[in-house]
Design a protein around this ligand. Structure first.
Ligand code: SAH
Length: 354
């Protein structure tokens, strides 16, 4: 660490290129130096300004006076039988959020959090029981990725990122956009836009603003019901932005060629899993460039829902495929270590030893 008193200095992680350019211009330092410093930090993983050998001594000490490097700490890691690792990440103020690292042959995906808790109160989601404690900053969002990568072997480095952990990304709009810019910037974390997905419960106004940011990352939408009465019950946000408004927004949302939205649909036995549900879902999604991820409900102790039988899930999927949709069953990962949204952090909160 460069500065012993981090409370008086700014965390370098989360500082945008634009902000550093602004600071350098106040210091009368050439703009291209921003690129050099970013390369040291994000490409060479340097955490000490004094080691930045192609930068003048005076700039190095100016940087060290202004910035420190701070990342969330891994407080707990739990290994699942399926190879996933669930991380509990401790933030500077002691708050905790969770991340799940999920390996497959072709990719290593990190599911990260954007808020401590959530205020959307979806009835099937355990994070909802926490309420919203606070938003994460951009550094805390990208910090989850950087800190976890630092402890993973070379072959296990994260390739894909999904914003599907705790919180509603678009309810923490500014920091999430700043974090995304750092994530996809070739100067910083260099994650391909094709490999980043933000999942939203459908905050339509924010989705409209988001498309103007021109980030071209993937969007996943948690639809989870085929009619407004059921969706109102499962996801109260539906009262503000009902299904027809959400679908209309998706139809108008500009997409790059070969790209499509992901529609997430959590299957709950007897609630949204009937043949009629599949038919209504197919109708809504006519003309929406999308693939559909069917997610059998991941049950937890206090849950009032259950996942449907495998047979029911397959029938639901088959109907959608017959209607020419790409529909996949997303087996929940890490279920043996409480892999569903919010489960580990809520366990810790109530003090259950794990
Ligand atoms: N707030 C965002 C992202 C976090 S939730 C959103 O709503 O998309 C990420 C995904 O997990 C959502 O699709 C949500 O519907 C799903 N999910 C939440 N709890 C779940 C559970 N217990 N079982 C299966 N999926 C769940």
């Amino acid at each position: 660490m460069n500065s012993p008193d981090t409370s008086k200095t700014q965390n370098f992680f989360g500082t945008s290129e634009a902000e550093l350019k602004e600071i350098f211009s106040q210091w009368n330092v050439e703009a291209y130096r921003v690129h050099q410093v970013f390369t040291w930090v994000y490409h060479y993983h340097c955490r000490d300004f004094s080691e930045m050998s192609n930068i003048s001594k005076s700039l190095r000490s100016q940087l060290a006076e202004r910035f420190h490097f701070s990342l969330p700490k891994v407080q707990q890691r739990t290994h699942s039988k399926d190879g996933s690792i669930k991380y509990l990440m401790e933030l500077n103020d002691g708050a905790v959020v969770e991340c799940v690292w999920m390996p497959s042959e072709s990719r290593k995906t990190l599911c990260l959090s954007t808020q401590v808790g959530c205020r959307l109160n979806c009835s099937f989601c355990l994070t909802a029981s926490l309420g919203l404690k606070r938003n994460l900053t951009a550094c805390e969002i990208i910090g989850q990725h950087i800190a976890i990568n630092e402890e993973l072997e070379e072959k296990d480095q994260i390739t894909n990122v999904v914003f599907m952990g705790m919180g509603e990304p678009l309810d923490n709009y500014g920091p999430v956009v700043d974090a995304l810019r750092l994530m996809i910037s070739p100067e910083a974390m260099k994650v391909s836009t094709r490999k980043v997905t933000v999942s939203t419960s459908g905050l339509v106004e924010k989705m409209k603003a988001f498309q103007e940011e021109n980030l071209h990352i993937n969007l996943a939408i948690s639809l989870n019901a085929s009619d407004n009465v059921t969706r109102d019950r499962l996801m109260p946000i539906n009262k503000k932005y009902p299904i027809e408004v959400l679908i209309d927004c998706l139809k108008k949302y500009p997409l790059k060629p070969q790209r499509r939205h992901t529609i997430e649909y959590v299957l709950l036995e007897g609630i949204n899993d009937s043949d009629e549900d599949a038919q209504r879902l197919a109708k809504w999604l006519q003309g929406v460039p999308c693939k559909i991820n069917l997610i059998p409900f991941n049950a937890f102790d206090s849950a009032e829902y259950r996942p449907p039988s495998d047979q029911r899930v397959l029938k639901f999927q088959n109907y959608l495929i017959e209607q020419n949709f790409s529909a996949f069953i997303r087996k929940n990962r890490a279920t043996d270590i409480l892999g569903a949204c919010g489960q580990l952090a809520t366990q810790v909160e109530v003090g259950t030893p794990r």
